[in-house]
Every structure is written in structure tokens, then in C-alpha cells.
Design a protein around this ligand. Structure first.
Ligand SMILES: [Zn+2]
Length: 179
């Protein structure tokens, strides 16, 4: 778990994204938690929804893989940190606009996640979903076979292709246990 402390540079003009982010770090009632996970592949990050903590504070959690986000920023030609900032803004918007919303899953996307995602994209228009310009594909690299010739685990490499430039960026290899 990381606590984020932000400070403005004197004389700097803040964008909507950075002033909202600063507000989020100063907000004593609505707490954004960015959990980092280097082992799992997330498409940008995962919206974890928000919960009321015992002390009356709302806690919103998003999970990010910072190593993947850095490569996604690179593949999309965005400044470093845009993807992770988006996740922080998204968690904060989720608390403010849909307090108590569930994590973003296919059945729950309309209960807070999609609205928070859209709002975060408005606050920081540099972030986009790469629609049409990127293709994400996974390639099985290793199959660890177990009993009965069933795979115990599979290691896949995730590759992002910029369809405009043809440049391929590896987002890393991830191993998942099989049932
Ligand atoms: Zn999002």
C-alpha cells in the first residue's frame, strides 16, 4: 500500500487532473488507495470500488501494475505516469460520485466504474483507452504440465501493438495457475 503525498510547485499552473489529484491527497474524508501489484496483468488498472471505513471515511481502492502502466504509456506515446494518475483520479471520482460502488466487473460496470472512468478521462484528456490505435494480444510462452497432462500453470506474454505505427511493445510475462 502506498500513501501519496503531493505538493504543488510554486508558480506552476495546475491542470484539472493535477488540481483534482492534489485535492484527493488533501481530502481527509475520502481516501484513495492505489494498491500496486507487479505480478498480475491489468489493462491499465482495476477499479476496486469504495467502502465506508469504521471511522466514517470512504476508502476507494484501485489496483495498478506500475511496470505495465509505464509500458502502456510508452506504447501510446503518453508522458510517463499518465496511466497511473488516471487510476488515482478514477478511484477518487468513484468515491465522490458513486460512494460504496462495487469493483468494476462485467456485471457491475455501470454501478460506478464506467462513470468514474469517464470522469477521470475528462479530467485528464491525455489518457485515452487506445481505442482503434492499439491491439492487445496474449501469447502463451510456457505451459507447466502437471498430472494427467493438464497444465499446472501457463505463462503468457502480453503484447501491445500500435496499429498506426506497427510498433509492438511487450507489457511483460504473467503466470497464472490453472484449475
Ligand atoms: Zn479507467
Amino acid at each position: 500500500m502506498h500513501l501519496i503525498i503531493a505538493q504543488t510547485v510554486k508558480g506552476a499552473t495546475l491542470t484539472d487532473a493535477s488540481s483534482t489529484f492534489l485535492k484527493a491527497t488533501e481530502d481527509q474524508c475520502n481516501i484513495v488507495v492505489l494498491k500496486t501489484d507487479d505480478e498480475t496483468y491489468y489493462v491499465g488498472g482495476a477499479y476496486g470500488g469504495s467502502k465506508m471505513a469504521g471511522n466514517g471515511k470512504m476508502i476507494g481502492t484501485n489496483v495498478v501494475n506500475p511496470m505495465v502502466n509505464e509500458k502502456v504509456d510508452e506504447a501510446l506515446g503518453l508522458p510517463k505516469g499518465v496511466g497511473t494518475l488516471h487510476e488515482g483520479l478514477e478511484a477518487y471520482m468513484g468515491i465522490l460520485n458513486s460512494p460504496g460502488s462495487p469493483p468494476g466487473t462485467p456485471g457491475n460496470n455501470d454501478k460506478g466504474y464506467m462513470a468514474a472512468h469517464k470522469k477521470a478521462n475528462e479530467l485528464d484528456p491525455r489518457h485515452n483507452d487506445g481505442d482503434g490505435t492499439v491491439k492487445v494480444s496474449s501469447h502463451i510462452r510456457v505451459r507447466n504440465m502437471g498430472e494427467g497432462n493438464k497444465p499446472k500453470s501457463i505463462t503468457e506474454e502480453i503484447i501491445m501493438t500500435n496499429t498506426k505505427t506497427g510498433v509492438k511493445t511487450s507489457l511483460g510475462s504473467f503466470t497464472t495457475k490453472q484449475q
